[in-house]
Design a protein around this ligand. Structure first.
Ligand SMILES: *[C@@H]1O[C@H](CO)[C@@H](O)[C@H](O)[C@H]1NC(C)=O
Ligand SMILES: *[C@@H]1O[C@H](CO)[C@@H](O)[C@H](O)[C@H]1NC(C)=O
Ligand SMILES: *[C@@H]1O[C@H](CO)[C@@H](O)[C@H](O)[C@H]1NC(C)=O
Ligand SMILES: *[C@@H]1O[C@H](CO)[C@@H](O)[C@H](O)[C@H]1NC(C)=O
Ligand SMILES: *[C@@H]1O[C@H](CO)[C@@H](O)[C@H](O)[C@H]1NC(C)=O
Ligand SMILES: *[C@@H]1O[C@H](CO)[C@@H](O)[C@H](O)[C@H]1NC(C)=O
Ligand SMILES: *[C@@H]1O[C@H](CO)[C@@H](O)[C@H](O)[C@H]1NC(C)=O
Ligand SMILES: *[C@@H]1O[C@H](CO)[C@@H](O)[C@H](O)[C@H]1NC(C)=O
Ligand SMILES: *[C@@H]1O[C@H](CO)[C@@H](O)[C@H](O)[C@H]1NC(C)=O
Ligand SMILES: *[C@@H]1O[C@H](CO)[C@@H](O)[C@H](O)[C@H]1NC(C)=O
Ligand SMILES: *[C@@H]1O[C@H](CO)[C@@H](O)[C@H](O)[C@H]1NC(C)=O
Ligand SMILES: *[C@@H]1O[C@H](CO)[C@@H](O)[C@H](O)[C@H]1NC(C)=O
Length: 569
């Protein structure tokens, strides 16, 4: 309770009342009248002797010690004359932790966090069979995590974080089958992660981040001797800021309760396992700053519970999937500094809770979808250093400054690069089409329309061509043709002179000798260049789709010529 004195007065009062009520039952705040055992008294005196107590918090640990268990000794709790808890956090204690702590055989909780105690963590802790909680974080302990800790078979919390521990994680930790919270983060622990850690069945929190761990992450998560996968409760796994290598362990996907997974700032390789799409509760996935390659797995889009996805600084190179809006609860999407290709999916605009979107330093092309303007909660947006083109959606350009858009040569419509104003000719109006058109239509639709318009123009051009030709020849030949039609002859049977009408506006197409059979439609698809002009008309060299070349003469109106003047090349 003393540890709470630094907090706000009002919550303090509430907490103190709560603690009074609960501790009365749990640990007997009222002294049970049994004097401390000689063994435990010696233990406490040794602990006091080795600590440096600049603030004099332990001055009261004096005299005969008859009242040590009465509540008079700061931070000590007893049951039947035996010390069950030492709680002295935030007391400015320095010095060392005496190995005589091993004499307190009934000790359940050792809480000395946020002091400046140094020296080794006494291996004698392993003698304490009743020990359930060890809270020594934020001190200056050195040396190794004692392997004797395996003796504490009831241990639930081992928090030695933020010290200067070195050495490796003892494999003997396999014995601590009740371990629920393992926090060795912010030390200098090296070596590899023992597979034993992955098999501890009761683990809920594992924090090994900010150490010097190396080797590959064991791929044995969620497997135990009993093979009771449903028994695995692991919620949070932090391994970031180490030197871990190898591939991302697929077995992680066997942990049904996992909410928080960080493997960032390591040297992991390989691809993101497809199996990662099966986490039912995952909220945070941080794989940033590794050497992960391959594609963005489609299954990942199934993680509807995901809130943060960080893949920054890897070598991922697929398109960003349209189905990314399966990540309905996503608030943070960081794909910075990869090699993502293709366009930004408009479906991103469906993820309404998105507040951070970083797609910078990739190989993205195409435009910024206007649907992004729908993301009203967006507070960070960055697409700089890609190959994006076209105009920036209006709201985005108003909300974010040019650093969000720079490094895209063909992107315009933001402060540093306004779009060219009125579209003077048709092809330009395609690339700088007005805002409202872009807003209604996706990029795909725009491309389709462009192709359609282009085709329509071609059809018009050729129709006009043949219209002129037909008008010319119709005058000459209509009487002969009508006669032939009346005889019921198929015009095609007349070798070398098949006539088609090219639609309402079209002219007539007259074939001459040769093996080629093509229609006016084929001509529409052909590329043509002018070969020569004469008084009768212009000769075009047309290359058909199948590669064959024909000469087409477009006759001027009212010039009659015999069919033999044409040649098929
Ligand atoms: C123990 O320390 C307390 C507080 O410093 C003091 O009041 C008390 O007299 C001391 N008792 C003995 C027996 O030294
Ligand atoms: C592991 O736990 C058992 C009791 O369950 C104990 O007897 C044994 O000594 C422990 N092993 C180590 C290495 O401490
Ligand atoms: C582990 O320790 C670090 C540093 O003391 C702390 O920030 C973190 O919240 C702890 N994590 C857990 C799960 O206890
Ligand atoms: C880890 O070790 C290095 C070199 O021995 C030292 O500089 C650094 O301060 C240590 N870090 C911690 C957290 O103890
Ligand atoms: C980390 O471990 C490597 C060996 O694996 C060692 O060379 C290096 O000095 C260690 N770094 C720190 C900070 O302890
Ligand atoms: C598996 O573990 C869960 C939770 O610990 C438990 O409820 C269940 O009975 C166990 N199942 C088997 C087959 O051991
Ligand atoms: C996503 O989940 C659905 C149903 O939960 C499943 O049918 C589908 O195959 C999953 N998609 C991928 C890519 O895993
Ligand atoms: C999404 O978030 C809301 C609110 O945080 C939560 O109630 C809901 O269960 C989440 N959806 C999923 C699929 O986890
Ligand atoms: C997602 O966005 C796309 C394009 O922006 C839209 O066509 C689709 O209807 C949206 N889907 C849902 C479920 O909102
Ligand atoms: C936007 O943010 C506000 C405040 O953080 C939150 O209440 C609201 O639910 C968010 N909107 C969406 C669509 O997530
Ligand atoms: C992405 O762009 C960079 C530089 O522009 C280039 O070196 C790299 O090959 C490109 N990657 C892909 C997958 O296109
Ligand atoms: C923006 O959201 C509104 C309503 O949710 C929807 O009708 C509209 O289609 C969305 N716009 C785009 C471009 O997705």
């Amino acid at each position: 309770m003393d540890s709470l004195q630094r907090q706000q007065p009002l919550p303090l009062l509430v907490l103190v009342l709560l603690l009074l009520v609960s501790s009365r039952f749990a640990t007997g705040l009222e002294w049970d009248g049994v004097a401390i055992t000689q063994n435990d008294l010696q233990g406490l005196q040794a602990i006091k002797a080795e600590l440096t107590d600049r603030r004099g918090v332990l001055r009261i640990w004096n005299g005969t010690g008859i009242d040590a268990c009465s509540g008079a000794w700061t931070g000590i709790k007893c049951v039947r004359g035996q010390v069950i808890a030492i709680q002295l956090p935030w007391r400015g204690l320095a010095g060392r932790l005496s190995s005589k702590v091993g004499q307190l055989v009934s000790l359940r909780k050792l809480n000395l966090h946020d002091n400046t105690i140094g020296g080794p963590i006494p291996p004698a802790l392993g003698l304490l069979r009743e020990l359930r909680g060890v809270y020594l974080f934020n001190n200056r302990f050195t040396g190794e995590v004692p392997r004797s800790i395996a003796g504490c078979v009831l241990l639930q919390t081992l928090d030695l974080s933020a010290n200067s521990l070195s050495g490796s994680i003892p494999a003997s930790i396999a014995n601590n089958t009740r371990l629920l919270r393992l926090n060795l983060s912010y030390n200098n622990i090296s070596g590899s992660i023992p597979a034993a850690v992955t098999r501890l069945p009761a683990l809920v929190f594992v924090s090994l981040q900010h150490n010097n761990l190396s080797g590959s992450v064991p791929d044995t998560w969620g497997s135990s001797s009993s093979n009771n996968v449903s028994g695995f409760q692991l919620k949070s796994l932090h391994l970031e800021h180490n030197f871990l290598s190898g591939s991302i362990p697929i077995s992680l996907s066997r942990l049904p309760m996992l909410e928080d997974l960080s493997l960032s700032n390591n040297e992991l390789q390989g691809s993101i396992p497809e199996e990662f799409g099966t986490f039912p509760r995952l909220k945070t996935l941080d794989l940033s700053k590794n050497s992960i390659s391959g594609s963005f797995p489609e299954s990942l889009c199934n993680l509807s519970s995901l809130v943060e996805l960080k893949l920054e600084g890897n070598f991922l190179e697929s398109p960003i999937l349209e189905s990314i809006d399966g990540l309905k609860n996503l608030s943070l999407l960081d794909l910075k500094r990869n090699q993502f290709v293709g366009s930004i999916p408009p479906t991103l605009g469906n993820i309404s809770g998105l507040s951070l979107l970083d797609l910078s330093e990739n190989n993205l092309t195409g435009g910024i979808p206007v649907s992004i303007d729908n993301l009203t909660n967006l507070t960070f947006f960055n697409v700089s250093d890609n190959n994006l083109s076209g105009p920036v959606p209006v709201l985005l350009s108003e909300k974010f400054n040019s650093s969000s858009f720079s490094g895209n040569l063909q992107l315009c419509g933001y402060s540093a690069a306004p779009c060219p104003s009125a579209p003077p000719t048709y092809p330009q109006s395609l690339s700088t089409s007005p805002e409202h058109t872009r807003r209604r239509l996706g990029t795909k639709a725009l491309i389709l329309i462009a192709v359609a318009v282009f085709l329509a123009l071609l059809i018009l051009l050729f129709s006009f061509l043949f219209y002129c030709m037909i008008r010319n020849r119709a005058a000459k030949q209509s009487t002969a043709r009508e006669a032939a039609a009346r005889r019921g002859e198929k015009s095609g049977q007349e070798t070398g002179s098949e006539v088609e009408t090219g639609g309402d506006t079209g002219g007539k197409l007259v074939h001459f000798d040769g093996p080629l059979a093509f229609t006016a439609d084929d001509l529409l698809c052909a590329t043509a260049e002018i070969m020569g002009k004469s008084t009768y008309g212009t000769v075009y060299k047309a290359t058909l789709e199948d590669g064959s070349q024909v000469a087409v003469k477009r006759l001027r109106e009212k010039i009659g010529l015999s069919e033999t003047r044409f040649d098929i090349h």
